[in-house]
Write a protein that binds this ligand. Sequence first.
Ligand SMILES: [Zn+2]
Length: 319
Amino acid sequence: MCSLPLPREPLRRVAVAGGTHGNELSGVYLVRHWLLAPAELQRPSFSAVPVLANPAATAACRRYVDRDLNRTFTSTFLNSTPTPDDPYEVTRARELNQLLGPKASGRAFDFVLDLHNTTANMGTCLIAESSHDVFALHLCRHLQLQYPELSCQVFLYQRSGEESHNLDSVAKNGLGLELGPQPQGVLRADIFSRMRALVATVLDFIELFNQGTAFPAFEMEAYSPVGVMDFPRTAAGDLAGSVHPQLQDQDFQPLQPGDPIFQTFSGEDLLYEGESTVYPVFINEAAYYEKGVAFVQTEKLTFSVPAMPAPTPAPSPAS
Ligand SMILES: [Zn+2]
């Protein structure tokens, strides 16, 4: 197994992004607050920078203006020649790549935390890139231990062979927080407070690492996408049914072959016809109707995460 290079030095350049999707309001309002009152993001060894990732979509309270910003951080978009006709989010992705990256370069930020909400019943979901993302997985483990009551689930978003496309992939290390259920364009105090506490604990973890803490190896359980399921549709492409009441809100629960997944408008139950157990997530996520996704099918993985040694402090400039 090849792992992403572990940070060998303290993480000094850290950002917390919100509003990557402009209608996911916990991150939008946390970042707006921190832009006015940044002291909450300071730790002894670093200060995290708050970033409102998609200002135009946030102003319009929409997920995006022209295209999904969080699918735009690929080399195809970042490295193509700018033109006046570029979609807004392509231009914005290049700006963020200049601010926080460039992606895959030594000058990139050490860590980006990206804040999201989902309309699905995913509770506290931590989104890392892959099982090779050792620093992020140690951070996930730390959050799980700090918040046992939240039963934080880890989702590894990257499909094998696919280039990372998320905002936090422009940094050397990153993590996404996906908190729900919260409707689009709505701010819930319970989820806002939970996100704020989780961000504080993420920054505390980076501080612990920077102060010379080593972290032991552990076994991790995580969910990895294996496919997506679209809604039943008419020949014209309109919805012909909705998520089955027995599946609604059952994110991260096992779905067996033969279990009901949709209820058609004619009253018929449609059953899951796969050959093995899957774990649906993003069930009935509002933003995914247009993507043709009623839910994402995942498999549950268990794997070992190697120990993470303490960083070596960089020599001070005075010496
Ligand atoms: Zn989002």
